[in-house]
Design a binder for this molecule. Sequence first.
Ligand SMILES: O=C(O)CC1=CCC(=O)O1
Length: 246
Amino acid sequence: MLAYEAVGPASAPVVVLGSSLGTTRAMWAPQVASLSADFRVVAYDHRGHGASPVPPGPYAIEDLGRDVLGLLDHLGLDRVHYAGLSLGGMVGMWLAAHAPDRIDRLALLCTSAHLPPASGWHDRAATVRSAGMAAIADAVVARWFTPVFPADDAAAFSKALVAIDPDGYASCCEAIAAMDLRPVLGWITAPTLVIAGDADPATPPAHAQTIVDGVGAAMVVIPGAAHLANVERPDHVTGLLQDHFA
Ligand SMILES: O=C(O)CC1=CCC(=O)O1
């Protein structure tokens, strides 16, 4: 069972939050306090991350999506809103396409339906398996925040990244390498909001546009945000999620 935390009124509509590769549910701290005033917020750790189990890899996005369906079943939740950033957004697209009866409204942040080249993900998986998470930390965190983001805060995210299990992280890299969700975007019927950071070098706004074109979604580009836009522009992102799920 995935590790999770649930905050907010037990009878309120549920918002499930899926985080990015190399982070835990703590990534959503800037949103949880505000969202939990009106929603039951369930933030979880992907398999291979945080306090969730690390089954043997490689993983597929479908595996991560079925983990979330298992969590919903465990919690007795038939239908929820879902917001996912990056890897969390990939899981959100899979869920909304393959389990449309379980997903009410969908928010996809700083994510992509297809993120080649696969060789880059296999190289990254091999690096962390042989040399550990510290070998990739500086390069990864440089894509998460713009240069004006406070260095101490970036260092805290780097420390959390280095604490992720290398096998779990590598197996999620392999899931991204094999992912191509473009053919199923048209299956998504949930009202969808796509959010991009204007300075995101990992999943730039062009990737968001592909999702918008495939789903028929609304799109917002956040100024002054790199990949972890919900951390760098917390109030803007929280407001968008509150409006979309209201
Ligand atoms: O780690 C990166 O390079 C950016 C990223 C891609 C998928 C994800 O969750 O983060």
